[in-house]
Write a protein that binds this ligand. Sequence first.
Ligand SMILES: [Zn+2]
Length: 378
Amino acid sequence: MLEYSRKAINFYEGYPQVWSRLPVITKNEVINQWSSFVTGHKAMFKFFYSFGYTGGTTGKPMKLVQSKLRFLRELGAMYGYWWSLGWRGECRAVIRNASLPDKQVKMHKFKGVIVFDGFKRENEYLEFIWSEIERLNVKWIHAYPSSAYSLFKYARDYKIDFAIRGVFMGSEGIHDYQKVLFNSLKLNWGTWYGHSEKLIFATKCPVSDVFHLDDYYGYTEVLGLGGEVEVGCQGSLVGSNSHNKGFSLIRYDTNDRAIYLGDRCPSCGEKSRAIRDIIGRWDNNLIALNNGSTISTTALNSHDPYFSEIHEGLQYRQTEPGSLKIYIIKSKDWNEVIFQEYQLFLEGVMSGKCEFQVEFIDKLIFGENGKFNLLLKY
Ligand SMILES: [Zn+2]
């Protein structure tokens, strides 16, 4: 693809064929020189390619050129992963970003999906989803983690006897209290990392929180300031196109970060390059302290396993540096002693650089696109 790009993509013309000498490019650089990343081979362009945009969750959206046949690779990677979880092409319920009137559902017979509204989370609607799932004998669910959590929390609280075999969850990070619920219901669940520029795809290891990088999908580097980071260190996830001849991004900095674990998964031993602790743009996750520095919300994760048991929802809100609101939904196992320990832990992490106030709530706050943001900034 590098060889192709040097010939057909203006930006790469004149660059040597030495990987390490190619510049790492950022989204802003691509936006500013957008046309120099598009193929110079214009013949049949409209026939082979279409346009799309990156999500606007952070800053400016970027225009993308996508192959009209991209679904072969996209679905190949995704379906391959779902297959490894036991899915064999059966019908699945999708609860993501569709907004539908009343209790209507959308059926796509060809794709084998039944789409529910991803914005309605009230009990009456959750009950409706469960009755449809049973009526249509659906065994698999594809949802945002927050939607899946609402649905299965309802099933647990109202003792719904379900026959779901597995849940596929993307687009948001999965929080510990959510994992506690999914595991307690013995759900076979999977999650992956991807992004709209479609250069990196990584899937959760079956036995741990490690992610395996799919080097066939695209090539991923984990880079620090001086190049590839050492095993155990955190760096930027930098992806390279391996298949899009219309719009070639090589060494593109996704602005997401992760810890590099080397070329074999340390948990299951699979011979696949591996990363963990991905900090995605969806996390929007830096808390501003009163001394001008920031800490990630990951730093506020309590390592006390019992803390995950005593709450069923957690969200932060920051409207000014040095002050943070922490919203918590108590679970039925709420325990004051563990909560006090959690507060001591937070005081230690913040060490006087950020005041925090805990508020107990009944419902999490969702964005207009139906997605959950751990840290609200309004
Ligand atoms: Zn593994």
